[in-house]
Design a protein around this ligand. Structure first.
Ligand code: ADP
Ligand code: MG
Length: 398
């Protein structure tokens, strides 16, 4: 994989950088977690210090190929400017007149942010020719391309994949760090290697489970996906999240885990609620005794302790997906316990997944005590699954 250093002297060169600024916004369009913007700073500062003209492109949300003001990168430009401690001019388009004008007016070390790349439907088109056409327009803007949006490298999109083929291109520091850290779980992981999986849907994570059954020593299952496993074992799960159509797949995984000697653990106790609400009535029950008219919204304390022990006794731990509805304080304990165990672990710890990373930050944990907190959701999962990510492959062999 080529790095920024491989691009040579960048003084006075216009460098197009793809970053991942897809941050969560509240109703007032205030950024609620700026982790992804912070993660982009090392690359941007490196290019600024190299006296390049730094042109950044990114997406926000899913405007589906239309210019929609509510998906403008304006809040990101403001936050980025604060964090870089220098002006960031937001161009009102991506390849249009304003972008060209803004770039023409740049001095060395300046930063311009182009407007949401997904305002153009060719950006994520399935049609190669359409993407290539747009990528050719991107390429006209710059002398070199740096791919630093790790959260999008699993996507074959014009600003990620196609443009990298048209300009001298390299991985930015964030992408490099992500691959370097995540590789500790995929290439000869130190053992025992434990994977903690949670989140809402089994169907989102089938690929990971499938792939990890051949790699991990232990799989600890929690979160909403756990109830499909409990149901597959014949237990009542009440109104808990359940994917009936995944029961067969889950049965098959449990069988394969047994055959291959992978320790697959399910919750032994759960926290149940009489409704899906922050002020619901709350009870701890055995995982095999969920009443038919209640729903489980978190793992229970015995499960949390058991999983924490398994994490403490591991050399590599990868965690994806919250253990419960951590957005409700009453059902955040399980997720907190896992985050705490990860923070205290002596093994190398990786947190992947947008909601999991937000949970770690928003529940007040010390990010520096984790081995690696990935900025990627789908990208980190696909990497852990062992898939080839197009946005990485295009940057040259490792
Ligand atoms: P990530 O973004 O880290 O990959 P997911 O998107 O898969 O995680 O899942 C996160 C969501 O799962 C959270 O919004 C959380 O509320 C939800 N969740 C976790 N456990 C449960 C549960 N028991 N019932 C309903 N939702 C759950
Ligand atoms: Mg998520």
């Amino acid at each position: 994989m080529r790095t920024i250093e491989d691009l040579g002297n960048l003084e006075g060169k216009t460098v197009l950088v793809r970053s991942d600024f897809n941050v969560p916004l509240d109703d007032q369009r205030v950024i609620t977690d700026d982790g992804r913007i912070r993660a982009a700073l090392p690359t941007l500062n490196k290019l600024i210090n190299a006296n390049a003209k730094v042109v950044v492109m990114a997406h926000l949300g899913r405007p589906k190929g239309q210019v929609k003001p509510e998906f403008s990168l304006a809040p990101v430009a403001d936050r980025l400017s604060e964090l870089l401690n220098r002006p960031v001019r937001l161009a009102s388009d991506t390849i249009g007149e304003d972008a060209h004008r803004a770039i023409a007016a740049m001095s060395n070390g300046d930063v311009v942010l182009l407007e949401n790349v997904r305002f153009d439907k060719r950006e994520d088109s399935k049609d190669d020719a359409q993407r290539a056409e747009l990528a050719a327009e991107y390429a006209k803007l710059a002398d070199a391309f740096v791919s630093d949006g790790f959260g999008v490298v699993h996507r074959k999109q014009a600003s990620v994949y196609d443009v990298a083929q048209l300009l001298p291109s390299a991985a930015g520091d964030l992408v490099f760090k992500e691959i370097d850290s995540l590789s500790k779980a995929t290439k000869n992981p130190a053992r025992p290697y434990t994977v903690v999986l949670g989140g809402s849907k089994v169907s989102d994570k089938l690929g990971v489970i499938d792939n990890l059954l051949g790699k991990a020593d232990r799989l600890l299952i929690g979160g909403g996906m756990g109830y499909t496993f409990l149901k597959a074992q014949g237990y009542e799960v009440g109104h808990s999240l359940l994917e009936e159509d995944q029961i067969d797949a889950v049965k098959n995984y449990m069988k394969r885990a047994q055959e291959t000697g992978v320790e697959l653990l399910l919750p032994v106790d759960v926290v149940i609620a009489d409704k899906f609400a922050p002020d619901a009535q709350r009870k701890v029950v055995s995982a095999t005794e969920i009443p038919a008219d209640w729903e489980a919204l978190d793992i229970g304390p015995k499960t949390a302790e058991l999983y924490a022990q398994k994490i403490a006794d591991s050399e590599t731990v990868a965690w994806n997906g919250p253990m419960g509805v951590f957005e409700f304080e009453a059902f955040a304990e399980g997720t907190k316990a896992i985050a705490q165990a990860m923070q205290d672990a002596h093994g190398f710890t990786i947190v992947g997944g947008g909601d999991s990373a937000s949970a770690v930050r928003n529940l007040g944990f010390d990010e520096s005590k984790f081995g690696h907190i990935s900025t990627g959701g789908g990208a980190s999962l696909e990497f852990l699954e062992g898939k080839t990510l197009p946005g990485i492959a295009v940057l040259g062999d490792e």
